[in-house]
Design a protein around this ligand. Structure first.
Ligand code: ADP
Ligand code: LRH
Length: 480
């Protein structure tokens, strides 16, 4: 029976359940279920509706079973990745205290000084190498009324717990908590103690490729999947899975994982915990196979998503992008990276105020967003090269934003570097390929479980669709 791998990939704006198959040419994906995601105000806070998301996951897995049954295939494993940082608090009986807070909630504003009073930010950075973001898990935990007798399960770990009954903490996502020691790869007991966070707060760490467990009877009954189906830890931080599937064929590459956020950086084998890196707010997040994602979390297409939400049906993404592409280069720009754009609501108004110029049409607002993002990308890539000493010959853009032709071209223009855009579903590919490797199925079995990250990328290149954008001098000079 042919083996199929199910990837559950939930971003801040949408989720999907995808079937991955390994063919003689390489991996192929079939998106079988898509569902929207977004923050909602509930009980006076911005939260994720995790119960509704889990219903969607189970629906997707049921479809996976139906579709594979019909073809005489079998879902051998499931991997779950989501956005980072957020978690659900679960008591000893496994009950969830409340729907998880979203990182866009303002509850951490009042606790930053308290945390830094106990451990100043430079000391946090020295240990964790994590960039300052006001919503890092460490600050969210400080905003909880109590951490007694609970464990924090990061969102993919929470979904994994609901599928298998097993509690673990996958390491790529753990590296976004602000409590993982970047040098040792363990939670820092020193930081946990200094911040009065109980040591048992996070379940034991696990690496991508390890088995979390098999499905609970309630899940096999609900989905029809068999009880031998395993849940495999993948790069459960969506960005870790996306970076694992960057179709790089050379060493000197940089990546932009472009979705709600833009994750802009390079891949390293060791963390860089320097003062200069801290000043530039670069992060050292863990990647698949112990790699380091040396990157900055920069503003992203959230700005555009929020404008579209406000404009409603009268403005479509396709139309507004086409109109924005017709506008001249060199228009107004904003700091797309500013914390002022983290919260939802009134985005067009906030962008117009920040631009300080009349942006008459939706297309003018969109052009301003994209010019500004391209500028942030160029600045960040230059810093990444400088701080890491790693030259950059090509920039890979993956994720939903890789379909935005204007953004890709502007990025090539402003950086002066070729841009290779795609695959759109890099995250799901990274998820599927880590599962396939764990199953010994990467490289048609020849490489088996010993396949490296390079082998994973070679597999991606064999079937991924990419579009190349060359820098055009005209726009480059207009924007820099
Ligand atoms: P996340 O994982 O953070 O939810 P995605 O990687 O799914 O984000 O990317 C979502 C973004 O991709 C949207 O905000 C949108 O701007 C962009 N996008 C999606 N489809 C298209 C398209 N057809 N053309 C251009 N951009 C697109
Ligand atoms: C992208 C992402 C990013 C994090 C943010 C919270 O989806 O995981 O890497 O910084 O969400």
């Amino acid at each position: 029976m042919k083996s199929v791998y199910a990837a559950v990939d939930i971003g801040a704006s949408s989720g999907r359940v995808i079937l991955g198959r390994m063919g003689t040419d390489g991996p192929s994906l079939e998106v079988i279920h898509r569902f929207p995601n977004g923050v909602q105000e509930t009980d006076g806070a911005l939260r994720w509706d995790i119960d509704a998301l889990f219903v969607e996951v189970l629906h997707g897995l049921t479809l996976a079973r139906e579709l594979t049954d019909a073809k005489g295939e079998r879902v051998v494993s499931i991997g779950v990745d989501t956005w980072a940082v957020d978690y659900g608090l679960v008591n000893d009986d496994g009950a969830l205290a409340s729907q998880p807070h979203s990182y866009r909630d303002s509850r951490t504003t009042g606790v930053l000084d308290r945390v830094h009073g106990k451990v100043p930010f430079d000391r946090l950075y020295e240990t964790t190498g994590l960039q300052f973001l006001p919503f890092n898990t460490v600050y969210q935990l400080a905003a909880e009324p109590s951490l007694e007798n609970v464990q924090a399960l990061l969102i993919p770990d929470l979904l994994g717990f609901w599928l298998t009954g097993k509690r673990r903490t996958e390491i790529t996502n753990a590296s976004t908590t602000g409590l993982l020691d970047a040098s040792t790869g363990n939670f820092s007991s020193h930081l946990l103690d200094a911040l009065d966070i109980p040591r048992r707060i996070f379940p034991t760490l696990m690496e991508p490729g390890e088995t979390l467990g098999t499905l609970l009877p309630s899940i096999t009954e609900r989905t029809g999947l068999d009880s031998a189906t395993t849940v495999i830890a993948v790069g459960s931080h969506d960005t870790a899975s996306a970076v694992a599937a960057v179709p790089a064929g050379v060493d000197n590459f940089a990546y932009i994982s472009s979705g709600t956020w833009s994750l802009v950086g390079v891949e390293l084998s060791e963390p860089i915990l320097t003062e200069a890196g801290r000043a530039a707010n670069f992060t050292n997040e863990r990647g698949v196979d112990g790699t380091i994602r040396y990157l900055r979390n920069c503003g992203g297409l959230w700005l555009l998503q929020e404008c579209l939400r406000e404009w409603g049906r009268s403005v479509t993404l396709e139309q507004v992008l086409a109109e924005a592409a017709e506008l001249p280069a060199g228009g107004p720009r904003i700091d797309a990276d500013s914390d002022d754009f983290i919260a939802p609501e009134k985005m067009p108004h906030r962008i117009r105020s920040a631009a300080g110029e009349a942006l008459e049409s939706p297309a003018a607002v969109v052009r301003c967003i994209l010019d500004s993002l391209a500028q942030v990308y160029a600045r960040t890539l230059e810093q990444a090269a400088q701080l890491s000493g790693k030259p950059i010959d090509v920039v890979h853009i993956v994720g939903g934003g890789s379909q935005n032709r204007l953004l890709c071209q502007l990025t090539a223009d402003v950086t002066g570097l070729p841009v290779l855009a795609g695959p759109v579903e890099a995250t799901a590919l990274g998820n599927v390929l880590v599962q396939a490797r764990a199953d010994g199925a990467l490289g048609a079995g020849a490489l088996g479980t010993g396949a490296t990250l390079d082998d994973i990328r070679t597999a991606v290149r064999s079937t991924a669709q990419t579009t190349r954008y060359e820098p055009s001098r005209q726009t480059e000079t207009a924007l820099t």
